[in-house]
Design a protein around this ligand. Sequence first.
Ligand SMILES: NC(=O)c1ccc[n+]([C@@H]2O[C@H](COP(=O)([O-])OP(=O)(O)OC[C@H]3O[C@@H](n4cnc5c(N)ncnc54)[C@H](OP(=O)(O)O)[C@@H]3O)[C@@H](O)[C@H]2O)c1
Length: 341
Amino acid sequence: MDTYRFALLGFGNVGQAFARLLLAKRDELQTQHDLRWQVVGIMTGHHGAAVNPDGIDLESALAMIDAGDSLDLLSTEPTPQNGVEFILSCNADVLFENTPVSYHDGQPAIEHISAALSTGMHAITANKGPVVHAYRELTRLAQAHGRKFLFESTVMDGAPVFSLWRETLPAAELQSFRGVLNSTTNLILTLMEQGKTFEEAVAYTQSIGIAETDPTGDIEGWDAAIKVSALVTVLMDVNLKPSDVERKGIESLHSEDIRSASAEGKRWKLICQAERTNTGISTSVRPELLDPSDPLYSVMGTSSAVTFHSDILGPLTITESDPGPHTTAYGLLADFINAVL
Ligand SMILES: NC(=O)c1ccc[n+]([C@@H]2O[C@H](COP(=O)([O-])OP(=O)(O)OC[C@H]3O[C@@H](n4cnc5c(N)ncnc54)[C@H](OP(=O)(O)O)[C@@H]3O)[C@@H](O)[C@H]2O)c1
């Protein structure tokens, strides 16, 4: 039986949910997949770092973060000064990179993942930055070292989107997609329909850990645009940056707009789309007024959905209901199992 040594870079909503999932699935991983794990490093931005080659007690790490204590207290090694130093000091088999996203250049996550792959680790991330800014380079680097660079959780959390195309749809060409891909804005619009103000709705999304560290990224459509970029880059084989996506967020929608849409039996949604054209790819993120006949009309709260159109199959829709950090954590776990089995 193999024991894989894990390094967790970023221990916020997603990193902690992943730690809880690892603890919950420990026996099942062992008995059903013959896999054991040990966490040898955890690093945060402002809550310390722990490196211990003999293994860190994850329950203690979770309790310390809850109590506001520094993870330095769990370390047996000198405190690393940055993410790359941390990765090099861990001697792990798998890096889980879950630091905040950088929409414009994907750093420092790209450096983190490059360092991990170059030293022979698999690299798994929920961070969209490295996918849109360095997908091809990181994939080549992983191949050169016989390792995997996987990122299922970057779009629709734990729902299979990238693995669906990678594993189950060989030789099908993606022509277009349309979906609701940002949980935060969808929940804000749902709460506003229920009578909450914009500010109350935003505060609620932050309190349950689904809004980005800086929620303007969600509200102004950047998170949706980076997801469109990730899908187009990986599944349509065209490099596309978030700034290339025609983008309008929900900041211009007021309670009055939501109320008048409801009165007409309609509702606003932040719609993401991409389509191959004769000259390349046309993409957009923008609020659209949907009537009940639209398949995305009933995607409410934090749920998301995407419909794919390929050259072979008819419309293929994936819907994810009530995602959260725990489902994002599942995408990381699924990537790990797929990387090593
Ligand atoms: N939340 C979700 O449901 C979700 C879903 C899909 C994808 N994602 C993606 O997953 C990633 C993590 O999201 P999250 O919600 O867990 O964010 P978060 O709660 O803000 O956590 C980020 C973590 O990274 C640490 N960190 C920040 N800068 C760092 C650095 N330079 N070096 C080392 N650690 C650093 C933070 O430490 P401090 O807190 O001490 O600064 C914190 O532990 C993001 O890229 C996000 O886009 C999140």
